[in-house]
Design a binder for this molecule. Structure first.
Ligand SMILES: *Cc1c(COP(=O)(O)O)cnc(C)c1O
Length: 449
């Protein structure tokens, strides 16, 4: 051959993506290091499945709360439930003093069933159904009003109800929220009966803390104005959009700096990727919001409670998705071999193709053992050419074989169940919940949701 190891590596690099190993939590390392736990789950379930570790959700809630406490701000955390349906997440919220943000009767019922009290619910969404508004009012939930007609429908029910007015930011093309004029009209109404306007809310796209801090600051004046009109405006909700840091900075810049279609099966490339690295993620992002132009002090001075609605960030490192390798073909690109794997599930369990992209944190090939680095793309067990879990050739540490498991990390936030379907009559993957057993052992049940 005569190729040095370095030159051989450089040749494979031409068709192989840069590795993007995810940050991992201690429970994930324990699970991967355990000699049979994953294999036993796979055997019992007989298809793809998700693993949830709700304790991690509890730690993250505590970390957000610690930021509020350190800043001396009264804060409330509402988990944005659409990010994951699992009952164990709601239970963790209940046990750690967080509320839940819901947008349907199904979500509201499930939150109540798994321990959230009505007063700890936030109800959001546009033009809510009559049933949802009625139930929310019955249970004393805080309702984010999206338009004037909703306010009118609530007033007509004559049930005491707590509401926030959702604000459409200036210069925003969002389809949610009320304009400045609509807010003026709502605040000036005198026919609201038992409807109490407790403050304002918004939810911005993107992950930048600054626009959130600025809009919250601007709403302080709105709260003061609402109070002069007789409303008990004491809450500002800044919504969700706290970033998650999936992969380290260096790996991310290596990937984004060099990514090219030749790294992907059939030279498929994507125009954009989710920002899988963030230097200011989760609770640190809240810290940045509160620190901006002394927002914390201004909230205190105005007697304002700050609410947040994190979805993805509360689920950071709280779950993984496990597929079994069913087939492994060898193919070549530019004369170099790679594996084309087929797993027993579909790309809908990774949910990034909604955005014409793919989920980039690398799956772990299990059992973990050393070998020869082998590039591999990962396809689904369906008859669709486009149903690929990973188009890119991932540098797996050894060749994969049928029966091996591929564990995609950090999938609890949106990836695992936002658009799963029973396509091909394949069962929807169940969620396994990991528990700490006495003696430092891990054991598992199926999620109650
Ligand atoms: C989706 C959503 C959230 C959660 O957003 P994340 O980006 O997951 O934090 C919070 N509030 C509202 C109103 C939402 O629509």
């Amino acid at each position: 051959m005569g190729l040095s190891a370095g030159a051989a590596q450089a040749e494979t690099d031409a068709i192989t993506a840069v590795a993007l190993p995810a940050h991992s939590d201690e429970w994930e390392r324990r699970l991967l290091a355990h000699p049979e736990l994953l294999a036993d789950m796979a055997f019992a379930i007989g298809g793809p499945f998700h693993v949830m570790y709700p304790r991690r959700v509890g730690h993250t809630i505590d970390a957000f709360r610690a930021v509020f406490e350190q800043a001396g701000v009264e804060g409330t955390i509402y988990y944005g439930k659409k990010a994951n349906k699992a009952a164990c997440v709601v239970r963790a919220c209940a046990e750690h003093g967080a509320g839940v943000d819901v947008a349907s009767v199904g979500e509201l019922s499930s939150a109540l069933a798994h321990g959230i009290r009505g007063e700890d619910l936030m109800v959001t969404g546009p033009a809510k159904s009559d049933d949802l508004l009625w139930l929310a009012a019955r249970h004393g939930a805080l309702i984010a009003i999206d338009d004037d007609m909703e306010l009118e429908r609530l007033a007509a029910q004559r049930i005491p109800v707590r509401v926030l007015l959702r604000v459409l930011p200036e210069d925003s093309a969002s389809r949610f929220g009320m304009t400045r004029d609509e807010l003026d009209i709502a605040l000036a109404r005198t026919d609201l009966g038992p409807v109490r306007i407790e403050g304002f809310s918004f939810h911005l796209s993107g992950y930048d803390p600054l626009p959130r801090a600025e809009l919250a600051a601007a709403l302080l004046a709105r709260c003061r104005e609402a109070r002069t009109l007789g409303h008990p405006a004491t809450t500002i909700s800044i919504g969700g959009g706290f970033a998650v840091d999936y992969v380290p900075a260096a790996a991310w810049s290596d990937f984004t700096g060099a990514v090219r279609p030749q790294w992907f099966h059939s030279d498929k490339g994507f125009d954009s990727y989710y920002p899988y690295h963030s230097a200011t993620a989760g609770p640190a992002a809240l810290e940045a919001v509160l620190a901006h132009e002394d927002l914390a002090r201004r909230l205190r001075d105005n007697g304002i409670r700050l609410a947040i609605e994190p979805g993805r960030a509360l689920l950071d490192r709280a779950g993984s998705t496990v597929f079994r390798v069913q087939g492994a073909k060898t193919r070549t690109a530019q004369g170099l071999p790679y594996q084309l794997l087929t797993v027993d599930g579909t790309s809908l369990s990774l949910s990034e193709q909604w955005f014409d992209s793919e989920y980039l944190p690398d799956p772990v090939l299990w059992p973990t053992r050393p070998g020869t680095v082998t590039p591999a793309s990962v396809g689904a067990a369906t008859c669709l050419e486009s149903d690929m879990l990973s188009w890119r050739r991932i540098p797996l540490p050894r060749p994969a074989a049928p029966g091996d498991l591929l564990v995609y990390p950090n999938t609890a936030g949106y990836q695992m169940d936002s658009n799963e379907s029973a396509f091909h009559q394949l069962p929807i993957p169940p969620k396994v919940v990991l528990h700490e057993a006495p003696g430092g052992r891990l054991r598992w049940t199926l999620d109650a949701g």
